[in-house]
Write a protein that binds this ligand. Structure first.
Ligand SMILES: Nc1nc2c(ncn2[C@@H]2O[C@H](COP(=O)(O)OP(=O)(O)O)[C@@H](O)[C@H]2O)c(=O)[nH]1
Ligand SMILES: [Mg+2]
Length: 241
């Protein structure tokens, strides 16, 4: 998080992490497409010929209509392939929250697990633990055959702390829900540490509602946050919505 007191601007860094080809770039593309003009800047992606992220993607989002505090969100993806470990470590530096994008296919279970361990390892390099980091997990590619069942994922979610979402990022399904869930968790953590809501007279529930609306989701916040399969229960207790 970066706070620019003079311009009353807060910048938050969110990172989409996960194995190669799980749909991280697709999530950012869907967010970019869903965002109202004015809320979103250009989506910067750098890909190789075979469609793989070479360095990282960056989607800048800005929300200005919240009282006197402008919130800028820098949403990054990491390159998933094993060889890009040092890039992932760089991108994860200074992250305020992480969306872990898993591939739902049974055959990808091992890759998901390896990437999750890699995430832990990279956080550790920055002196952080997964426990300190706001994290949501998205099981993407629900449209494909031979994926882990809803029941299996619900079972997984009930054992973990992280809110878990189901998605078909290619069709934009579950993308905004995952993002708003991540932003909720991240804001809660930053507020607990820096007392942002009080210091800036900031209504974070109203802010989250605005973000969802500008991303094309008109539903009440409570409903959007309730879209997770399980995991952290505090996602379910915002006051507004
Ligand atoms: N069937 C299906 N394919 C998807 C979905 N999301 C992404 N993909 C495809 O998976 C491939 C890798 O996606 P990409 O976003 O580039 O993965 P990244 O490496 O994590 O950035 C692309 O061909 C996408 O079109 C989905 O929900 N369902
Ligand atoms: Mg990518």
């Amino acid at each position: 998080m970066q706070l620019d007191f003079v311009n009353r601007e807060l910048t938050i860094k969110l990172v989409y992490y996960g194995p190669a080809l799980s749909g991280k770039t697709t999530n950012l593309q869907a967010l970019h497409k869903a965002a109202e003009p004015g809320a979103s800047g250009r989506l910067m992606t750098l890909e190789t010929r075979d469609d793989r992220t070479l360095f990282f993607d960056l989607l800048p989002l800005t929300f200005r209509n919240q009282g006197s505090l402008a919130v800028r969100l820098k949403v990054f993806t990491v390159p998933g392939q094993v060889i890009h470990s040092s890039t992932r470590r760089l991108v994860v530096q200074g992250a305020d929250g992480i969306a872990f994008i898993a591939d739902s296919r049974n055959a990808e279970t091992q890759h998901n697990a390896e990437s999750f361990i890699d995430l832990k390892e990279n956080l550790k390099q920055h002196g952080l633990t997964l426990k300190q980091m706001p994290v949501v997990i998205q099981f993407n590619k629900r449209d494909l055959p031979e994926v882990r069942s809803d029941a299996e994922i619900a079972e997984l979610a009930s054992h973990g702390r992280e809110p878990v979402y189901l998605a078909v990022a290619m069709r934009g399904q579950g993308v905004v829900e995952s993002f708003v869930g991540l932003l909720h968790l991240t804001w809660s953590a930053l507020d607990a540490e820096h007392d942002l809501n009080k210091k800036f007279g900031f209504d974070s529930n109203a802010f989250l509602q605005t973000v969802a609306k500008k991303l094309g989701d008109p539903r009440p916040l409570r409903e959007i946050l309730g879209a997770c399969v399980g995991g952290a229960l505090d996602v379910l207790k915002p006051e507004a919505g």
